[in-house]
Structures are given as structure tokens and as C-alpha cells.
Design a protein around this ligand. Structure first.
Ligand SMILES: *Cc1c(COP(=O)(O)O)cnc(C)c1O
Length: 372
């Protein structure tokens, strides 16, 4: 058997990520590779840092992209900020809160869970109660945009509660960055990670990450070494800091970083506010169409993510068969339900480049005729 080149089909990606990639971003990916210590590359990295600071709305000097997917950004936060014995309040209202708990436990920390039902946002009042009951807690960790359920939590309110109890915050912004307002400095969030392949519409495999000065101070005050060599951010810092002293840590994913640079240039040129509005507009159009098909949302209107629409599968409809038809007949991918929502819900993503009228129209047309 001979194995030739791989040519993937041209899909329209409207699931929970990866999202459709901007054509300009794919073009950037194919530009010539340069050495990762090449002066031109270092200049690009400095711009990338500024672009990430814009996307996160932060002045944090430590703002980088981890050379691995969002899960590595999550892990980078916990391995650096949790020392054995540290107590961490972990909010869980979907799949990713549970992953945060596992991270804390693997770092030797003690996870105190604050649970909300799947589809609900995190309740800041419950966080307050957990902190009153655990005055020795050091961190509060929560997911801003829960991709498994489509619920948006109030990051500003949760961070305020954490601050009153002198806790730092670890915030999963994988799906929120670029899709809904995320104001890292104004809301005083401490450790925030994201992913390249959701609302930034870049290739998968990179995790934007930012640490506040308070988070850096906690890392510097550690009495035990970070157990992960690769994710020890004090080592990575030497690589990302410019000033001509860049040293080798690992080989940067050079072309992927061109792609992220391009995706962030597109975001900056569009403007964050406009990008947020575009996601809201696409969501409204999708919502109107789905409602006319009698399809209902999992999350209450006030807490819905525009970029991730979790909807109940209509009674008597074969989940897998519908998704297979969408894929085979329309080249359209939507997401299946996860965890508690498996077999009960679909997750329709309108992330980044996918948050467009054409995509909404395609999805509605394909669903309508498939359901008939
Ligand atoms: C996708 C996602 C992740 C994980 O990101 P990967 O790039 O798949 O590792 C983490 N948290 C949330 C909320 C996500 O949606």
C-alpha cells in the first residue's frame, strides 16, 4: 500500500472547537520557517505579546502563548501557582471545572469544590460561603465560558469575592477570549489561560496565558520547585523576555506562532468590541432560526454564551444520525453533548471566523432539512 499526501475535506466547523480558521491565518502558517532565535522572529514575538495584551485587555508583563493547547495553559496555571498542601476553591459547573480539580489534586493541593448544575453559571454567593468556611484557601479557580454547557459565569463578581478573601484567581478563558468581554486588568484576574482554536480562529495547539504581578509574586515565593520542567514559567520567562537576552528553552512552534500573530492582528483590526458584537449578532440570528424549528436552549437566556449554543435535541431525533448527515451531506460539523448532556444536547459553535451570517444560514438550512 502506498500512502500519499493527506487532503482533508473542506468542512464548516460549528462545534466546540476547533473553529473555522481565517484564510489569512492559514496563509500565514505557510510562510517560510525561520530559526526561533532569529532576530526577525524575536521581533514578531514581541509584537505577539502586545497583541495578546490587547486581546486579554491587560498590561501584565507576563503575557505569552504556551507552546501547547489550552489544557497545557490550564496545567501551567496550576503547577506554577499550587504548592503541595495549598487549598484551592474550584468551581465546577461542567467538564472543565472537573479538570481543574484533577489538576489541583495532582499538584498535591486540596480542592474544595463549589458545585453548580450543568447549564448554570457559577454562583458567586456559593464561592463566598466556601471562602468563609475555608479562610486558609489560597486560590479560586473557575471557568469563564463553560464550553461543555454553553454557560457564561460572572468573572468580575467571582474575582471580587476572591479578592475580599485575599485569594488569587485562576480563570479558564479558553472559549471566552475574543468572543465575549474579558477584561483581565479591570476585573483584576490573576492567572488567565486561553486557546488558539476557539474564538481566535487560529490553528489548535497554542495557549495564550497571562499572569498578574500578584500571581508572579506567589510563584516567586514558592518554597518547592515546580514539578513540571516544561511548564515551569520561570524558565519560560527567559525565553519570552526580549531585551536581547533570549535563550533557548524549547523550540518554539514557529509557524503556529505566525498564525497566532495573524489571528490577533485580525482581531485588533476588527476591534474587540466589534468582535463581541459580531458574536452576539450571529447568536441572535441562530437563536431565532432554532426557535422557529422548536429547538430549545439548555442555558437560561441571561447566561448564554453567544459563541457556544447548547440546545436540546428534539424528542425522538437520532443524535448520531443527524450529526452524521450534517457532516456527510453538508460538510458541517456541530458538537455532541458532553458528560451529563451526552445524547441530550448539541453544541453549535459560532466561534471567531464562524460567527457569520453565512454559517448561521447553512446550519439552519441543514438542520431543518435533516430533521424533516
Ligand atoms: C477547549 C477547552 C479547553 C481545552 O483546550 P484544548 O486546546 O482542547 O486543550 C479548556 N477549557 C475550556 C473551557 C475549553 O473549551
Amino acid at each position: 500500500m502506498t500512502i500519499g499526501s493527506f487532503y482533508p475535506p473542506q468542512r464548516t466547523l460549528m462545534g466546540p472547537g476547533p473553529s473555522d480558521i481565517y484564510p489569512q491565518v492559514l496563509q500565514a502558517l505557510s510562510r517560510p520557517t525561520v530559526g526561533h532565535l532569529d532576530p526577525t522572529f524575536i521581533g514578531m514575538m514581541d509584537e505577539l505579546k502586545q497583541l495578546l495584551q490587547y486581546a486579554f485587555q491587560t498590561q501584565n508583563a507576563f503575557t505569552i502563548a504556551v507552546s501547547a493547547p489550552g489544557s497545557a495553559g490550564m496545567e501551567a496555571c496550576f503547577v506554577n501557582l499550587v504548592e503541595p498542601g495549598d487549598k484551592v476553591i474550584v468551581c465546577r459547573n461542567g467538564v472543565f471545572g472537573e479538570r481543574m480539580r484533577e489538576n489541583v489534586v495532582r499538584c498535591g493541593g486540596e480542592a474544595v469544590m463549589v458545585d453548580n448544575a450543568w447549564g448554570e453559571p457559577v454562583d458567586p454567593q456559593r464561592v463566598e460561603e466556601a471562602l468563609q468556611a475555608n479562610p486558609d484557601a489560597k486560590l479560586v479557580a473557575f471557568v469563564h465560558a463553560e464550553t461543555s454547557t454553553g454557560a457564561l459565569s460572572d468573572a468580575k463578581a467571582i474575582a471580587e469575592v476572591a479578592r475580599r478573601h485575599e485569594c488569587l484567581t485562576v480563570v479558564d478563558a479558553v472559549t471566552s477570549l475574543g468572543g465575549v468581554p474579558l477584561l483581565v486588568d479591570e476585573w483584576q484576574l490573576d492567572a488567565v489561560y486561553s486557546g488558539s482554536q476557539k474564538c481566535l480562529s487560529c490553528v489548535p495547539g497554542l495557549s495564550p496565558l497571562t499572569f498578574s504581578p500578584k500571581a508572579i509574586a506567589k510563584i516567586e515565593a514558592r518554597t518547592t520547585p515546580v514539578q513540571s520542567w516544561f511548564l515551569d514559567q520561570s524558565l519560560v520567562l527567559g525565553y519570552w523576555s526580549g531585551e536581547g537576552k533570549r535563550s533557548y528553552h524549547h523550540t518554539a512552534p514557529v509557524n503556529s506562532l505566525y498564525a497566532l500573530h495573524e489571528a490577533l492582528v485580525l482581531l485588533k483590526n476588527e476591534g474587540l468590541e466589534q468582535a463581541w458584537q459580531r458574536h452576539r449578532d450571529a447568536h441572535q440570528a441562530l437563536k431565532a432560526g432554532l426557535e422557529s424549528l422548536g429547538i430549545e436552549f439548555v442555558v437560561e437566556e441571561a447566561h448564554r454564551l453567544p459563541q457556544l449554543n447548547a440546545v436540546y435535541i428534539p424528542q425522538g431525533v437520532d443524535d448520531a444520525a443527524v450529526r452524521a448527515t450534517l457532516l456527510n451531506r453538508y460538510n458541517l460539523e456541530i458538537g455532541a453533548g458532553l458528560g451529563d448532556l451526552a445524547g441530550k444536547a448539541w453544541r453549535i459553535g459560532l466561534m471567531g471566523y464562524a460567527a457569520r451570517n453565512e454559517n448561521v444560514a447553512l446550519c439552519l438550512k441543514a438542520l431543518e432539512s435533516t430533521l424533516k
